[in-house]
Design a protein around this ligand. Structure first.
Ligand code: FES
Ligand code: FES
Length: 353
């Protein structure tokens, strides 16, 4: 009989090691608010649209409503409360007050955390960069002008934050029998997969799966592939570029390799949701979801991408035009997953002029 016992998960929240017993499929937003009492992080839409739930996980802003707490086990998590002693956080708090950028205040924590992401990165803080950085945050009181002024004031000099270099290190797999499993390597996945439900879905960023399942993952058995180094990263040879399936759209957007050889893909990456979604959503997820509205797919068709698939039986590659067979349909076989996207270098093809 599968065990229904919650799993014991550890994460570092605002500099303190915390433990929680929870179903690993629970959105981390629920854990932060209900288990840890950190209610500065808000629930707005539950779909990655409003940014009210923005937190920092391992130095990057993400939507807490779409991230499972299992995927953040051993991560370094910072909420708006954790910014009260942070140089960039304090500067932003003061600037929002001084500029009158707070009305009802519901959206404010999310805006502050997103603005923190901009101020602590090496990117510019001009008006266009601020709008881009805050593109995943909505203010129902429509205080955008004041909010942008507040961030511009706070961002007149780049601020160093000790939080931006924090990175949790994944050393253990997370498992709730027959419900959720986060293996660390492909070898572990394929050698031990008999212990898990055959109908389990793979999850990486979860930005589509959480929404498709009405904001909670219910009883869906999940195998979390987000912590496998061999599925992530961008590599090149003389002939081609290989993008691992769990590479995020942020990594693709700012990759110099992608920018040089496949500029349309860089542009597409910048159009995928807000920064919090780009930091979490993966190219493999976008392909497997096979949505007619997927922002990343047209560029992959233009570049005649090959999809690399892996299973316990081995690897194969399929052209993207054959792999996606219709809206929401692919040629994925049972037990198989997308492991990478292969793009052939073809000189000037796809140059943006
Ligand atoms: Fe709206 Fe998470 S609650 S993006
Ligand atoms: Fe009210 Fe933004 S200040 S929602």
């Amino acid at each position: 009989m599968p065990s229904e016992k919650p799993t014991r998960l550890e994460m570092n929240v605002n500099g303190v090691n915390r433990t929680v017993s929870a179903d690993p499929r629970t959105p981390v937003l629920e854990v932060l608010r209900e288990e840890f009492g950190l209610r500065g992080t808000k629930y707005g839409c539950g779909e990655g649209e409003c940014g009210a739930c923005t937190i920092i996980a391992d130095g990057q802003t993400i939507c807490a409503c779409l991230a499972t707490c299992g995927s953040l086990a051993e991560a370094e998590v910072t909420t708006v409360e954790g910014l009260e002693n942070d140089p960039a956080g304090v500067r932003l708090f003061n600037s929002f007050i001084d500029n009158g950028a707070v009305q009802c205040g519901f959206c404010t924590p999310g805006f502050v955390v997103s603005a923190w992401g901009l101020l602590t990165s090496a990117k510019k803080t001009d008006a266009d960069s601020i709008r881009d950085a805050l593109g995943g945050n909505l203010c129902r009181c429509t205080g955008y002008t004041k909010i942008i002024e507040a961030v511009a004031d706070a961002g007149s000099q780049q601020v160093l934050s000790p939080l931006s270099s924090r990175m949790g290190s994944v050393t253990a797999d997370v498992c709730m029998p027959q419900r959720y499993w986060r293996p660390r390597t492909l070898a572990q996945l394929f050698s031990e997969n008999a212990r898990f439900a055959i109908e389990a879905r793979f999850i990486a960023g979860g930005t589509d799966l959480m929404v498709q399942n009405e904001h909670h993952l219910g009883d869906l058995p999940l195998i979390d592939i987000s912590s496998m180094p061999e599925l992530s990263g961008i590599d090149e040879t003389e002939q081609q570029v290989r993008i691992g399936a769990t590479t995020t759209w942020s990594e693709i957007r700012y990759s110099s390799i992608v920018g040089e050889h496949f500029p349309l893909l860089s542009l597409a990456a910048a159009e995928i949701g807000g920064i919090q979604i780009q930091n979490r959503a993966t190219i493999g997820g976008n392909i497997v979801n096979a949505s007619p509205a997927a922002d990343g797919l047209p560029a992959l068709y233009v570049y005649k991408a090959e999809i690399e698939l892996v299973s316990a039986e081995g690897r194969r590659t399929v052209p993207i035009c054959d792999f996606i067979t219709g809206p929401g349909r692919t040629g994925l076989r049972g037990g198989e997953m997308v492991s990478a996207v292969l793009l052939a270098k073809t000189g000037t093809a796809g140059r943006v002029v």
